[in-house]
Design a protein around this ligand. Structure first.
Ligand SMILES: Nc1ncnc2c1ncn2[C@@H]1O[C@H](COP(=O)(O)OP(=O)(O)OP(=O)(O)O)[C@@H](O)[C@H]1O
Length: 299
């Protein structure tokens, strides 16, 4: 488990991370979202023990990560700008990783040639950006980390490769209880990946949610009645947003699906639909309530 408690980070006078607290349970995938400059990379570098926080604590399985070799041997941080030793091949990088990471799995490394169709004797610096990212994942998955921190991980990968990488991530989380943190600007990208999401804005976490709860607790309702909407109808529901489209009332409502349906049916509508919300819609309403405009904060 990764625990971040009351963490702040300054660069000179500038406070890039402010009083951030959250935790990532073992065997889960956490999505860290936010616009350019929100503080995602800074926070991840602290989680990886590269930067030291000015305030607060960051622990992995109860131990502070900074200057902790034992913990770093079981974690990999994949930055948004990849680094490989100059003029090396995949095989040579694998030789290096094998010495650094005690859980390096040689069999897996060779087996993954089927997934990443690149010659392992090729020089990495001559490869395309997407191929270099494939190499980074190939080495990372072969090192069998317990904790994986990924900064904008899917940038540059084509759709097929994205799916392959996501599948291995899911497999490692399910089978080995790997703990993953992924940063992104894009809700769509992380929607099907993450168990929990935190949105960073100007260095602070402004919203933090479990995705399952999020989706089961908010609904889009379209409803129409003979004549006017009964006055008791809206009053007795937790309505986040409402608008009329002609005679159809569209509203976003919090609460349990069965209770909402029962309440609506009691009022005998002539038309009624309960629709799911996309993750982006959920955040638009969640953040609107807190006075933020999601378009200024994500993508
Ligand atoms: N080494 C540094 N020295 C001074 N300021 C820094 C340093 N690193 C980051 N910052 C500042 O901290 C803030 C957060 O930067 P960070 O790279 O963490 O954002 P980010 O959310 O990862 O952005 P992006 O999505 O663009 O990668 C920015 O204002 C940035 O200018």
């Amino acid at each position: 488990m990764i625990q971040i408690h009351d963490v702040s980070k300054r660069f000179g006078e500038f406070e890039a991370i402010k009083d951030v607290t959250f935790f990532v349970p073992k065997g889960s995938i956490y999505g860290l979202l936010g616009s350019n400059g929100a503080g995602k990379t800074t926070l991840m570098k602290m989680m990886a023990g590269i930067y030291k926080q000015n305030k607060g604590t960051i622990t992995i399985d109860g131990e502070p990560i900074f200057e902790n070799i034992k913990q770093k041997e079981r974690m990999i941080f994949l930055p948004d700008t990849l680094y490989f030793f100059p003029n090396t091949t995949i095989r040579q990088m694998a030789d290096f990783y094998r010495h650094i990471y005690p859980k390096w799995n040689e069999e897996r490394f060779y087996k993954m040639q089927e997934l990443f169709p690149i010659n392992m004797n090729q020089k990495i610096h001559r490869m395309s950006k997407g191929m270099q990212r494939q190499v980074a994942f190939w080495l990372t998955f072969s090192a069998m980390p317990d904790v994986l921190i990924l900064d904008e991980p899917l940038d540059g990968l084509d759709a097929v490769m994205r799916q392959k990488v996501k599948n291995i991530l899911f497999q490692d989380v399910a089978e080995r209880e790997m703990t993953v943190v992924i940063s992104s600007h894009n809700l769509f990208e992380v929607e099907d990946l993450c168990d929990r999401i935190g949105i960073l804005h100007n260095g602070s976490i402004i919203i933090e949610k479990e995705l399952d709860n999020l989706k089961t607790n908010i609904h889009k309702v379209q409803v129409a009645f003979h004549g006017q909407t009964p006055s008791s109808f809206l009053k007795q529901m937790d309505v986040v947003y409402q608008e009329y489209r002609g005679s159809v009332l569209l509203c976003i409502v919090r609460g349990k699906e069965e209770q909402i349906i029962a309440h609506i049916q009691k009022h005998e509508p002539i038309l009624f639909d309960l629709l799911p919300l996309t993750l982006e819609e959920i955040f638009i309403y969640e953040m609107g309530e807190k006075g933020y405009d999601i378009e200024n904060i994500l993508v």
